[in-house]
Design a protein around this ligand. Structure first.
Ligand code: UDB
Ligand code: ZN
Length: 183
């Protein structure tokens, strides 16, 4: 089971690497890793298991965060319609995106970052993501709102990009021409 001690933190070089494509069909080992990542997210969102194991409640996790430099992500995130988008993907890719931007008015954090870093993180407002599920099916997701932010944050990890790389260094809260997402 993945716990916080398995999650590498800011400063670890693996967070700055470009992760490798997963060869498909995925090996049993890669599938087991991705399943464990999704289990972390689920355990961390369950108040009892989160408390018991000291898990920080997460909505997404990328394999480089557990020091596995492969293109795998697990996301379980509420959408705007009261639903939940729960998806583990191999080789996720943004195949199209809006010109329009959006950002969380509360900024972002990261399971691999143990400090508050204030500022708006501009993201694409709408994205289409393709990838392959644990079952080996091709998946295409059209996302907006928090799910779009979360998938972009996780896919950034696969490219060695941290959320704060996107913050305007001279004015972290400079107005962004786009859609504000209230937390
Ligand atoms: C998170 N959770 O899981 F706007 F219902 C963050 C942490 C770092 C604060 C735990 C989070 O943002 N939850 C959230 C936000 C909302 C509404 C809501 C729950 N991550 C995952 C991560 O570090 N993956 O690598 C960071 C998020 C920042 C933007 C999306 C992912
Ligand atoms: Zn993160």
């Amino acid at each position: 089971m993945i716990t916080m001690k398995d999650i590498i933190r800011e400063g670890h070089p693996a967070l700055r690497e470009v992760a490798k494509n997963v060869e498909l069909p995925a090996s049993e080992e890669d599938k087991a890793t991705l399943k464990e990542m999704m289990e972390y997210i689920e355990n961390s969102q369950n108040p009892e298991t989160a408390e018991k194991y000291g898990l920080r409640p997460g909505i997404g996790l990328a394999a480089p965060q557990i020091n596995v430099s492969k293109r795998m992500i697990a996301v379980k995130v509420p959408d705007e319609k009261g639903g939940v988008i729960s998806q583990a993907l191999f080789n996720p890719k943004i195949v199209s995106h809006s010109v329009e931007k959006s950002y969380l008015t509360s900024g972002e954090g990261c399971l691999s970052v143990d400090r508050e870093i204030p500022g708006y993180v501009p993201r694409y407002a709408r994205i289409t993501v393709e990838g392959t599920s644990l079952e080996g099916e091709k998946i295409k997701l059209r996302l907006k709102g928090l799910p779009a932010v979360c998938f972009q944050h996780e896919i950034d990890h696969l490219n060695g990009i941290m959320f704060y790389d996107h913050i305007n260094p001279s004015n972290p809260f400079a107005a962004i021409d786009g859609i504000a997402i209230e937390r």
